[in-house]
Ligand binder design. Structure first.
Ligand code: FUL
Length: 471
């Protein structure tokens, strides 16, 4: 028998607008992964080191990569991105190109390599691994001059070649100006349009890690969501007009919402910390996000077609603090309780219109749990609906919808209606579906649920799920 995706492809409509590359498609499946902010700042109490920190202050007392990665795994994270070098310039691996690294720290007698330890532990725990290499370097004497850009690319090459496959390479846009700069202690500005030569650096990543998605505020693969509070726009379109901006200068509001008519597939990532700061500070131990708050963030990020990139900062011991680990685990347990049982799987599904003959685009594909099968209508049918009917009423308060991304983000608007005593009543509505749209609503008990969709072209949806969040 032919695989289902081959069967449906022959019957499916033309693509609409930009579509994800294979690497972006793989990234979309991850949905939730973590950030590890760890460096000299963990020991100085700062958020941004000036660049004059001595390597000897980096000395975790009980560093345990398996505890760190294990906490992330127990929290349901699919991968981890490590700050291999933050703005202060200190390197968590023994780079050949600088002395400002773990090789001059007392930790493990100068023989330690945090990047190695975390990437190895990620493999052991079946998590993907990614790197953050700050372009701004407040330690390096040549920062602001051409020689630094060579240094930056040399370091990046070490990370791209020495630590196995990477799922994400994270380039941040901060460039604050002043710093140590090899002792100059001055303010240095750069021209964001020309200084870093991003096209060349991106090419290096493509050559050495073709499967890695690159993040910056404008990609080229993943865009910043425009805030650090974990909240995507409603809606948050995956399309974006990248050519309108250079890294570090994009408009936050536009990043948050995306561009419905954008020419690039550039989905958003919501980076946010489990604590007020990005680095661990003992005085913030009482301010770790609660499981409820994390759940809200999940619905506002993953539930709007973006990803959730949650920071879990190791403490001075080199461990994820007990409170952070507990909150994350409880959040994950709650997610499991919500999503382990999809009530829609028991439904009989009919639709106002079905594309072609046979089952290739049948509405039953919406509830088969297979992301490669879908319901679609004929070309020109741009308003359509499907109905889930149950033998016995179901009780739910969350609906999940997904579009078939290889054919683009097609749906503009949707409405969800429930049958109450023979009358259709609207229980939810919104704009944009994309990779995943989760909508929470008051608890509803009904024997029939109808979903209406509308867009510029015919819809192609892969999933409709119904769930009950009992709190
Ligand atoms: C920003 C940085 O300035 C913050 O320190 C943090 O690393 C955040 C994730 O990215 O650009």
């Amino acid at each position: 028998m032919e695989p289902s995706h081959t069967t449906i492809k022959t019957a499916l409509p033309q693509v609409f607008g930009p579509v994800p590359s294979d690497r972006q498609q793989a990234w979309h499946h991850l949905e939730f992964y973590g950030f590890l902010h760890f460096t000299v700042n963990t020991f100085t109490g700062k958020e941004w080191g000036y660049g004059d920190e001595l390597p000897d202050i980096f000395n975790p007392t009980a560093f345990d990569a398996d505890q760190i990665v294990g906490a992330a795994a127990a929290g349901g994270m699919a991968g981890l991105v490590l700050t291999c070098k933050h703005h202060d310039g200190f390197c968590l691996w023994p780079s050949r190109y600088t002395e400002h690294s773990v090789k001059h720290s007392p930790w493990r007698g100068g023989k330690g390599d945090v990047v190695r330890a975390i990437s190895d532990a990620c493999r052991r725990h079946h998590l993907k691994f990614g790197v953050y290499l700050s372009p701004w370097d407040r330690n390096h004497a040549e920062y602001g001059r051409p020689a630094y850009v060579d240094y930056y690319r040399n370091q990046l090459r070490e990370l791209l070649t020495g630590y196995g496959p990477l799922f994400e390479v994270w380039f941040d846009g901060a460039n604050g100006g002043d710093g140590f700069y090899g002792g100059a202690r001055e303010k240095r500005g750069i021209d964001r349009h020309t200084y870093y030569g991003w096209e060349t650096t991106w090419q290096l990543v493509r050559e050495l890690q073709p499967g890695a998605c690159m993040f910056s505020d404008i990609g080229p693969d993943i865009r910043w969501v425009g805030n650090e509070s974990g909240i995507a726009g409603d809606p948050c379109w995956s399309a974006f007009g990248r050519g309108r901006f250079v890294p570090g200068e994009a408009d936050a509001g536009q990043l948050n919402r995306g561009h419905r008519d954008g020419h690039d597939w550039l989905p958003a990532e919501c980076d946010v910390s489990i604590r007020p700061g990005w680095f661990y500070h003992a005085e913030e131990d009482e301010r770790v996000r609660t499981p409820d708050n994390l759940l809200d963030l999940y619905f506002q990020s993953v539930g709007r077609g973006a990803s959730l990139h949650l920071n879990l900062p190791p403490d001075r011991r080199g461990l994820v603090h007990e409170r952070d680990a507990a909150s994350l685990r409880e959040f994950h347990d709650r997610l499991e309780r919500i999503f382990h049982r999809d009530l829609a799987r028991k439904a009989r599904v009919t639709a106002s219109q079905v594309r072609g003959a046979g089952d290739a685009c049948a509405p039953a594909n919406l509830v088969d749990g297979n992301p490669d099968t879908c319901w679609a209508t004929d070309d020109g049918v741009t308003q359509a609906d499907f109905t889930l009917a149950f033998d016995r009423p179901v009780t739910f308060n969350v609906i999940s919808l997904r579009e078939y991304l290889p054919l683009g983000q097609r749906v503009d608007r949707f409405r969800v209606l429930a049958d109450h005593d023979g009358q259709w009543q609207e229980i939810a509505a919104g704009a944009g579906i994309g990779n995943r749209r989760l909508v929470r609503m008051p608890v509803c008990t009904t024997g029939r649920v109808k979903v209406e969709v509308e867009g510029p072209v015919c819809p192609v949806l892969t999933e409709c799920g119904l769930f009950h969040d009992a709190g």
